[in-house]
Design a protein around this ligand. Structure first.
Ligand SMILES: Cc1cc2nc3c(=O)[nH]c(=O)nc-3n(C[C@H](O)[C@H](O)[C@H](O)COP(=O)(O)OP(=O)(O)OC[C@H]3O[C@@H](n4cnc5c(N)ncnc54)[C@H](O)[C@@H]3O)c2cc1C
Length: 466
């Protein structure tokens, strides 16, 4: 027998639960389907556990460097990985449980545990159950890619999900992928005490960022004794003794890195291949992302896609914003669009990077006249006082409109300080607004008005010599 609802939501990621609550609050009968764990990637295998582990790694780092601050710790600093994992698990469990309790406690929401598949544009199966609704919301997220590299399936390897079960210290962790996820895990395990090598195909780390950001992050990693193999054009895997040999280069330097464990952090793909989308006629792009319009409607009326599976964002805050957009359009008659969103995100290495809007490269490519202001953390009192002077701040402004185009804050509290720029960008305020604001001393953010008082025209990119 088919069960009828007003709405079906597939996936308990960062958009689905809040949307379910909102629709139920508006009097709709909602069917909610989750196949694994409430909270999805962010809560179980992403933001929450990694940031909990980053905090443990930071504690280890401070303990090791305490003598620089006059705090002597006699004896060996040992990291108890079982305790690190138990702490992380407790934080995750609290979040998962409260989410599940919240959803199940709503009389207008029926929770189904199982894998949802489309049977038609308005019908879903979950095991033997059949559900139908005129509105279906897909929030199925993504998963780690296993790259098509020689030997990858012949060796054991970890990804962001299986890393969550690691309660021991890998002797030598080889991280394949020098971008956001790989860097976080790399620094974290180095601080726990593992030897760490990061292998990256590109000639620099986090190649989506500007070159000065990549370089500063590289220096942060190298200072902690993380080995980096960039321009690794020949990545391949083979078993070697009780470990794994990772081929890194066919021509220069050591051709292989020998690790005890390998973490693959080379990208993610949407969970859309096993949803039966073809039965509903829902279109995807060539990477499997569900094609949506500016209000997150799929090509089939009555179907929406939210979060990582629509390719419009890859973050918890973008997924949550998708919920806000859909809810505002459906329930509040308040048109909101994805294109109103300003790109923003953090890289949670220590010190962290906060980013908003365009990179310098994007600002150049926009063809506008650009003013730029930059200050190293060696000239920021708070960073000096904390003994954390790696990194810098950079802000790009449109010389004609005075609009802030983008910013990067790499340094202590960079993930927080960036918001004072971001909020003015949303307000479409001129940069002078911040310049006249009085910020708290001593903070990293207090130097943002100073930087904006020292803007200079962006220098042309020097021609590369062959
Ligand atoms: C290691 C790591 C660290 C990260 N750190 C950050 C960070 O610090 N900040 C940040 O903003 N983002 C971070 N992210 C990204 C963030 O986790 C994702 O962008 C976010 O979780 C996307 O949420 P979502 O709503 O798209 O779906 P997800 O959170 O992925 O949830 C999707 C849910 O759908 C379920 N599902 C899938 N298919 C089906 C089906 N057929 N039937 C039923 N259920 C199904 C899944 O089980 C899952 O529970 C990180 C990611 C990783 C991997």
């Amino acid at each position: 027998m088919i069960k009828r609802y007003d709405a079906i939501i597939i996936g308990a990621g960062q958009a689905g639960p809040s949307l379910a609550d909102k629709l139920a609050g508006a009097g709709m009968k909602v069917a909610f389907v989750e196949r694994k764990k409430f909270g999805g990637t962010c809560v179980n295998n992403g933001c929450t556990p990694t940031k909990a582990m980053v905090a443990s790694a930071y504690a280890a780092h401070l303990a090791r460097t305490g003598s620089e601050y006059g705090v002597n710790i006699d004896g060996e600093i040992r990291v108890d990985m079982k305790k690190v994992k138990a702490r992380k698990d407790a934080i995750v469990a609290a979040s998962v449980n409260s989410l599940e309790t919240w959803l199940r406690g709503n009389p207008n929401i029926a929770v189904y545990l199982g894998h949802a598949r489309f049977e038609s544009a308005s019908e879903i199966s979950v095991g033997d159950e059949r559900l139908t609704a005129s509105k279906i919301f897909i929030n199925v997220g993504g998963r780690a890619v296993v790259p098509d590299m020689p030997g990858v399936n012949e060796v054991p390897h970890l990804n962001n999900s299986s890393m969550m079960d690691v309660d021991f210290l890998p002797r030598h962790l080889v991280v394949v992928g020098g971008s956001y996820i790989g860097l976080e895990f790399g620094q974290m395990f180095r601080r726990f005490g593992s030897e760490v090598t990061i292998v990256e195909m590109s000639s620099r780390l986090i190649k989506r960022e500007d070159e000065d950001v990549s370089q500063a992050v590289l220096e942060i990693m190298e200072k902690e004794g993380i080995r980096l193999r960039l321009s690794a054009k020949c990545i391949a895997f083979r078993k070697s003794g009780d470990g794994i040999a990772v081929g890194v280069d066919c021509e220069n330097g050591d051709k292989e890195v020998f690790g005890s464990h390998v973490l693959l952090a080379v990208g993610r793909r949407p969970n859309t291949d096993d949803l039966g989308l073809e039965k509903a006629g829902v279109a995807v792009d060539k990477h499997g992302y569900i094609a949506v319009d500016d209000q997150l409607r799929a090509n089939v009326p009555g179907v929406w896609a939210l979060g990582d599976c629509n390719g419009k964002g890859a973050f918890t805050h973008t997924s949550y914003n998708d919920f806000e957009i859909v809810a505002a359009n459906l329930l509040a008659n308040a048109p909101r669009r994805v294109s109103d969103r300003i790109a923003t995100y953090g890289l949670f290495v220590d010190p962290p990077l906060g980013r908003a809007g365009m990179t310098e490269a994007e600002a150049r490519a926009s063809g506008r006249k650009i003013l730029v202001g930059k200050r190293p953390m060696t000239r920021v009192s708070r960073a000096i006082e904390k003994g954390e002077t790696q990194g810098f701040m950079k802000i790009m402004v449109d010389a004609e409109t005075n609009e802030i185009l983008g910013a990067a804050v790499l340094g202590p509290g960079g993930d927080e300080a960036i918001h004072c720029v971001l909020d003015v960008m949303y307000a479409r305020g001129a940069y002078n607004v911040i310049q006249r604001a009085v910020h708290i001393h001593p903070t990293v953010a207090e130097l943002i008005p100073t930087i904006l008082g020292e803007l200079k025209p962006l220098e042309p990119v020097p021609a590369r010599t062959a």
